[in-house]
Write a protein that binds this ligand. Structure first.
Ligand code: KG4
Ligand code: ZN
Length: 307
């Protein structure tokens, strides 16, 4: 099964040529450098950039490969920035029509779930914790089929990655905040008490916690107290990961999964990776290159969902 996959849901333009769990070639061009200046993604620019970049990427594929050999085109249909998704959808359909190949729209979150398959086997039933800049979700899967993937709970307000980015911005650390806070936290101690509310559901809420951390930084500035970035980062991580780990444990107790899966941009976090591993003897953590958005995860999701 040879698949040409396209991912344009957020700020990465990515195309992958894939065959039977192997990536023949993937090109991913990130817009992060541009959005950095604004401390977040500018949706209007993101779609314009995708429209230009995707043509350049396709030309590179055409120079190297005969795309008539593919069996299908898979693209990210949802969720994501609407203008960015449109670029991927139109492009995927144009290729499908011109090559007379089927075109399959994919759920981006399923891409993050199945990204682990490049390194591991998923044994079902499984629980997946997907944490990114836009989503914080717990899923229960009894097979790879879309109808067998159930959402247990999700973000009610800010997503985990978004809170990392906003706190980093308040500390003037740069964008995206996750990797910077991750690095600082390694040198820090969890000495600050930020507290975080937890409840009995599988949903997540981080906006109250975000405000608490931002107010704490503000108050220390106002009272001329030292702001130790390492200690704040470490304390922040300890608290923000608590509901993720507690709710994953709760899902393990309720559903007795044979494997648990971590995915999404925040799954690049070293502390979260370490702590998630301890939750289950068969915990699947994607290699670093598959934590962020890429078209190969869309290809493998499409392959396992429609073999
Ligand atoms: O899945 P992703 O690449 O993009 C979308 O959200 O669409 O996730 C990006 C998010 C950003 O918020 C970024 O700060 C966060 O993932 N992130 C991290 C780390 N690396 C990226 N968060 C915590 N620790 C990291 N090492
Ligand atoms: Zn994503």
């Amino acid at each position: 099964m040879k698949i040409l996959a396209i991912e344009t849901s957020h700020d990465d333009t990515s195309v992958s040529l894939y065959e039977n769990r192997e990536i023949i070639k993937e090109i991913t061009i990130s817009q992060t450098e541009f959005h950095k200046k604004f401390g977040g993604t500018l949706p209007e620019y993101a779609s314009r950039h995708h429209a230009e970049t995707i043509v350049k990427i396709l030309k590179l594929f055409l120079e190297e490969f005969d795309l008539n050999e593919i069996d299908r085109v898979a693209y990210t249909e949802k969720p994501g920035l609407i203008g960015s998704l449109h670029v991927g959808s139109l492009f995927a359909h144009a290729i499908g029509f011109s090559l007379n190949k089927p075109v399959i729209g994919m759920n981006h979150m399923h891409g993050h779930i199945f990204a682990s398959l490049f390194d591991n086997e998923i044994i079902y039933p499984a629980i997946a914790l997907i944490v990114s800049g836009g989503h914080t979700q717990l899923w229960y899967l009894t097979s790879p089929k879309p109808s067998d993937i159930k959402l247990l709970g999700g973000t009610k307000d800010d997503a985990v990655g978004e809170v990392f980015d906003k706190v980093a911005r308040r500390l003037k650390l740069g964008f995206p905040g996750g990797p910077i806070i991750d690095k600082l936290a390694k040198k820090g101690n969890p000495i600050y008490d930020f507290g975080i509310k937890n409840d009995d559901t599988y949903d997540f809420s981080f906006s109250g916690f975000k405000t608490k951390v931002i107010n704490f930084i503000h108050n220390r500035e106002q009272s001329d107290k030292e702001i130790n970035l390492n200690d704040i980062s470490r304390s922040f991580q300890d608290y923000i990961f608590k509901p993720l780990l507690i709710k994953t444990k709760k899902a393990i107790a309720e559903f007795n999964p044979k494997s648990i899966i971590l995915g999404g941009g925040v799954s690049a976090n070293s502390q979260l990776r370490d702590e998630f591993k301890k939750l289950h003897q068969n915990s699947l953590i994607p290699s670093m290159k598959y934590t962020t958005d890429n078209a190969s995860m869309i290809a493998i999701a499409s392959h396992v969902q429609k073999p």
